[in-house]
Design a binder for this molecule. Structure first.
Ligand SMILES: Cc1cc2nc3c(=O)[nH]c(=O)nc-3n(C[C@H](O)[C@H](O)[C@H](O)COP(=O)(O)OP(=O)(O)OC[C@H]3O[C@@H](n4cnc5c(N)ncnc54)[C@H](O)[C@@H]3O)c2cc1C
Length: 407
């Protein structure tokens, strides 16, 4: 039988995952990726021209990332894929490391620090009990009846059947379901925005109760169920310990992965997608396949959906509407320090920050990375910050989007 060819548009985690599954099932696979670095939004972005000459030759550029990578314990598929990517004598999944704490930092008030796994010792239990007194104390700002209401809503999600999740919760936004509009600002901050914007960069007014509820409940179970941490990170720069070994494995298996190859158009005929127009190195050419997979962001895909494609599948016409109001900016910034500042052994969520900041102090999770090999050799620590809200005014009175940023 002739081998079927699949053309994958976009070489981020989705494109790489599709390539992985298909090449292992005997398809011929070609991936077309617009950027110079593989991995899409998960890619590392070294800071160009920052590596200086050291005693052992030229040092590496500063290890920039699009944002830090957080792998909750409930992630199943991505970790399964990682277990199938060779790395040294093991696999890429061995590069996941547990955090032990999660911190909720509050402006001008004591932070809340909790274990990010189920209690393993008396001191863990004590820590949790200590923080309970803060949560139910006077300065926290959420009245007991609102706490009880939140608990009842979460209990309702936990005890709802799949049909109800799909039929009802999928159609109701988190903000409404949580009754946030009529509750205290502390309630709105922690249970409205905190669970959506800070945790998963979603908007409480738009995100469905099903999606946010499912994520939150799984995180909650991960926190109480004995076992590994609810929150894991990579033990080095993302491309070094995940994406590059992945691409190497896929290429060895026969995947043709093309960088700097941008999809400009998609052509159809006879009721099927026939080809994609690719621009690479100033030249334009057509690629044909038996199947096409679009693994590019919704706002990019919307630009490629022509009236002809829309006629074949009217559902694809909805991408235009979704891409206009449905996507928002999220990006990371790295602070390179000449002195390491571990902060906490896990993520910090800055619950009061209008820009919805979360951070990780990276070095404690990169034990085998020699920091003297980077830049001018003086870097001792990295604080990696994710910014999930770009339009709200910050404490300096400016929205994050008023500061020019590179896409
Ligand atoms: C700052 C930040 C932090 C994040 N942190 C986490 C986290 O901690 N944990 C987590 O699970 N998720 C996190 N995410 C989300 C996660 O990174 C994404 O869900 C995931 O990377 C999306 O992968 P994707 O392949 O679907 O899309 P993308 O990564 O967007 O990949 C699409 C690819 O298509 C390419 N492309 C676009 N247009 C074209 C074109 N015309 N032709 C060819 N190629 C094209 C793009 O260059 C890109 O490489 C984070 C996201 C951001 C932005």
């Amino acid at each position: 039988m002739m081998q079927k060819k699949v053309i994958i548009l976009g070489g981020g985690v989705a494109g790489l995952s599709a390539a992985h599954e298909l090449i292992e099932r005997g398809f011929s696979v070609e991936v077309y990726e617009a950027k110079t670095i593989p991995g899409g939004k998960a890619r590392s972005i070294p800071v160009p021209d920052t590596g200086t000459i050291g005693p052992a030759g030229k040092r590496k550029d500063l290890p920039g990332e699009h944002g830090f990578r957080f792998f909750p314990r409930f992630y199943k598929h991505v970790v399964d894929t990682m277990r199938r990517i060779p790395y040294g004598s093991g696999t890429v999944a061995d590069n996941l490391v547990d955090t032990t704490r999660v911190e909720m930092a509050r402006f001008g008030q004591k932070s809340l620090v909790l274990p990010s796994h189920s209690p393993r010792s008396f001191s863990d239990i004590r820590e949790i009990l200590d923080e309970f007194s803060t949560v139910f104390g006077p300065d926290f700002g959420i009245p007991p009846e609102e706490m009880a209401f939140f608990a009842s809503r979460i209990w309702q999600i936990i005890t709802s059947c799949e049909e109800r999740r799909v039929d009802e919760y999928e159609k109701e936004d988190w903000w409404d379901f949580m009754g946030a509009h009529s509750r205290s600002s502390a309630y709105q901050k922690f249970f409205g925005h905190g669970i959506t914007r800070s945790l998963v960069a979603a908007k409480a007014h738009l995100a469905s109760t099903k999606t946010i509820g499912d994520i939150f409940v799984q995180l909650l179970f991960d926190l109480v169920e004995p076992g590994p941490s609810s929150d894991r990170l990579l033990n080095g720069p993302t491309n070094d310990v995940w994406i590059d070994p992945w691409l190497k494995y896929l290429t060895q298996k026969g995947v043709a992965y093309h960088l700097e190859a941008k999809v400009k158009a998609i052509q159809c005929g006879n009721g099927l997608i026939q080809s994609a127009t690719i621009e690479k190195g100033g030249k334009t050419f057509e690629v044909r396949g038996d199947y096409f997979i679009a693994a590019i962001p919704i706002e990019r895909m919307a630009q490629l959906v022509t009236p002809q494609i829309e006629k074949l599948d009217p559902g694809l016409g909805k991408l235009h509407g979704l891409s206009v109001g449905g996507v928002s900016w999220m990006n990371g910034i790295q602070l390179y320090l000449t002195e390491d500042v571990p902060i906490t052994h896990g993520h910090t969520i800055y619950v009061d920050s209008p820009w919805a900041l979360t951070s990780i102090s990276q070095r404690q999770f990169w034990p085998d990375i020699d920091f003297t090999e980077y830049a001018d050799g003086r870097i001792q620590g990295i604080i990696s910050v994710d910014i999930s809200e770009w339009d709200e005014k910050g404490l300096n009175g400016k929205p994050r989007s008023s500061v020019p940023a590179k896409k």
